[in-house]
Design a protein around this ligand. Sequence first.
Ligand code: NAI
Ligand code: MG
Length: 501
Amino acid sequence: MSMCAPMNSAGTDVSDRQLANSQLGSLEYDPAPESAAIAKLKPSYGLFIDGGFSDGEAHQQFATVNPANEETLSMVAQASSVDVDRAVSSARHAYDKVWSKTTGAQRSKYLFRIARLIQERSRELAVVETLDNGKPIRESRDVDIPLAAAHFFYYAGWADKLEHAGFGVNPKPLGVAGQIIPWNFPLLMAAWKLAPALAAGNTCVLKPAETTPLSALVLAEILEQAELPPGVVNIITGDGVTGAALVDHPDVDKIAFTGSTEVGRMIQQRTAASHKHLTLELGGKGANIVFDDAPIDEMIEGIIDGIFFNQGHVCCAGSRLLVQESVADEVLRRLVRRVEQLRVGDPLDKNTDVGAINSAAQLLRIRELTDFGESEGATRYTSSCALPQKGYWFAPTVFADVAQSHRIAREEIFGPVLSVLTFRTPEEAVAKANNTNYGLACGVWSEKGSRTLWVAERLRAGVIWTNTYNRFDPTSPFGGMRESGFGREGGRHGLEAYLNV
Ligand code: NAI
Ligand code: MG
């Protein structure tokens, strides 16, 4: 598989000496692929309902493909509304008969077990995730899977301390939670949804995204291994039709959704006249604000990580760079140079920085929006890296001379595409950062603590990072405002979404 320009995928900005080196000749890395066989995928998977796998009622299946080469990985079941009903009934029965009667300490024990088993099977899970999603193995191995385990560990610690969580003396669970997750962090989003729900005493019906169901199905095997009582977690695969049936099911007490703002809005309408509790984690158009006193090498890496991590398929991505005018030229020059060095290619290769776009549909969306970028007058820099022939690929791209009115400054691209805007004063930076319908995450880069705090106080976003970006930790709440949704996941706050408070 072809690679981009060699050198320095590790991180630091390239010195002139290194640049000179690269002009002398190409120092190519040898391929270092992880073995796909480690995934041990089955040719087909059923629905995980009531503690075991079974066929869907209509026996319909769909293929999940590897976006890096378009090959089918496995066939999975398409759950119908009859299957959704079976899963919800199983969750209800488990809630009434078993889970609502367990002590916090008992629930804790199951969550610890699940966390340990995720760690034990972490290599397998990382390969599964990379095959099904297209993300670099370095990220699934070092970020997705360890953080998923960390979430179960963290909420295992809360399960027997709910009365000390600040939600009253004896907080009660909601009942049956329907949880719908996206394809960008498949196992991690499953962990974000399941761990707090179970700790708080709810039972669950989880629906993974149709392009990335496999890690959730391996997680189902782990739940069996952990001897979680049947029905406490049900995992049903399918597309938006399955998701809608779960949202509409009358015996579901809570819907937790992560995905597009469009679908989130629909779910809010459909649950409005019901008893259902709702949390929505939707899109974003995060501003990464860079002041002229920020240490430039670290900041360049932060910008790169903020937008190219996970191919930019990140709801909190720093997709709008706001750079102070006095350093704009230098920052852009260094950014473009650094983008050339990103290694794009085989997601299973341990040296890959940027993997495959998750689906043909997502690739089309990225292409459409970037075409608008050009036609609306922004200046485009695209990495000259060669892209593999098969699969869904998009070369890392930076747009300069972007105006606030441009679509690429307003709409979520959800791909490896950065829009660069400039500002002169902190006031202008704040005004531009807040000029969006979204409100999920922002970054602020400056040596001066008082300035980062002044800016952070004025930004309208759920998460603000200073001198770093895309940091996640189970102890820290995450979530948005405005069209980025409502409710928090992670931390003590994350319990609230699953308690009747
Ligand atoms: P989507 O919102 O359609 O899919 C997310 C999940 O919702 C999937 O599990 C899907 O099966 C389910 N779903 C779809 N329609 C549904 C319905 N009517 N009722 C219930 N569940 C439904 O997102 P999609 O089409 O994959 O991506 C479109 C755009 O959404 C992306 O380009 C990106 O901008 C944004 N997005 C944001 C995410 C985030 O993390 N906030 C994650 C995924 C996408
Ligand atoms: Mg897939």
